[in-house]
Design a binder for this molecule. Structure first.
Ligand code: ASP
Length: 295
């Protein structure tokens, strides 16, 4: 039997990326893939790889996740994150949490302990009790986000949400997504990111997917599960991704994007926003390929 070759893909959100942010998107997505690839190429698990990749994006204020997230109606960073394992179908999620350096790490611990969605104080308490990195609420606010919020500036270049999908050498697929939500969202609003089937899905029998975009449109078309179901019959992930985005557009409109890896390690992505930051690495590449537009 041929050894399984690892694959990793990340997205930095589907939206308009202004000229001055192009470089930062390439650099951030590349760094995330490199962190995940380091894990995978040393035989590490897909869960460890997606956590490492997303932690990089959550630390980078270019992206709307963790530090530098967009601010809610109260001027707070209040975030959602989730992870799903394609072997066991286990999953974990936090929503509307504050003061977590890496919400994705809380999602992974929950997934490994007992599948649950922990919101607000219960998610924060879980992170604290599990020794995860905490900080003051204000430490997650980037100056640029604060200025935009204070001035109620029109936001045009905010890449929304980050996500990652990985296949490890054991043939396990994991998907993960992390977001600061939508700009000025009411305190307590939760979009698709924390919801299995919507913001992410992973099933080793078919593939794994992470999504980004208008949560209120992604939820009713169960975007990630729609993409995964479209892989049936060994359909190419590129076609499945396009099918999922077309379904959203036809049924509810809105902007969205998704990234996929199927059980064979093939990749695909699609979006209907102006741009979507994406990077991936396979065994055939000597370094990550990065994009802000599909060529
Ligand atoms: N999907 C996220 C949400 O609705 C935000 C985004 O990706 O644009 O919270």
């Amino acid at each position: 039997m041929n050894p399984i070759k690892p694959v990793i893909i990340v997205h930095g959100g589907a939206k308009t990326i202004t000229e001055d942010k192009v470089e930062a998107n390439h650099i951030g997505c590349r760094a995330a893939v490199e962190a995940g690839w380091e894990v995978l190429s040393n035989g590490g698990s897909a869960a460890e790889a997606v956590e490492a990749a997303i932690q990089v994006l959550e630390s980078d204020q270019t992206f709307n996740a963790g530090f530098g997230s967009t601010l809610n109606s109260e001027g707070e960073v209040e975030v959602d994150a989730a992870m799903m394992d394609g072997t066991t179908l286990s999953w974990g999620a936090v929503a509307a949490v504050q003061g977590l350096r890496h919400p994705i790490s809380a999602a992974r611990r929950i997934m490994e302990e007992k599948p649950r969605l922990l919101v607000a104080r219960s998610g924060e308490r879980f992170a604290l009790e599990h020794g995860l990195a905490m900080c003051s609420k204000d430490d997650l606010i980037a100056e640029e986000q604060y200025q935009e919020w204070k001035e109620e500036a029109e936001v045009i270049d905010r890449p929304n949400t980050v996500g990652c999908v990985a296949l490890d050498i054991h043939g396990n697929l994991v998907a993960a997504t992390s977001t600061g939500g939508t700009t000025g969202q009411p305190q307590g609003r939760v979009g698709d990111t924390a919801l299995v089937g919507c913001g992410l899905y992973a099933d080793n029998r078919l593939g794994a997917c992470s999504t980004t975009g208008d949560g209120e449109s992604i939820i009713p078309v169960v975007l990630a599960k729609t993409a995964i179901d479209a892989l049936a019959g060994d359909r190419h992930p590129q076609e499945a991704a396009q099918h999922a985005i077309a379904t959203l557009k036809d049924r509810v409109e809105g902007e969205a994007g998704c990234i996929l890896i199927d059980r064979q390690g093939r990749i695909g992505w699609a979006y209907n926003s102006q741009h979507m930051a994406v990077a991936y690495r396979t065994d055939e590449l000597s370094e990550p390929a990065t994009f802000i537009e599909k060529e």
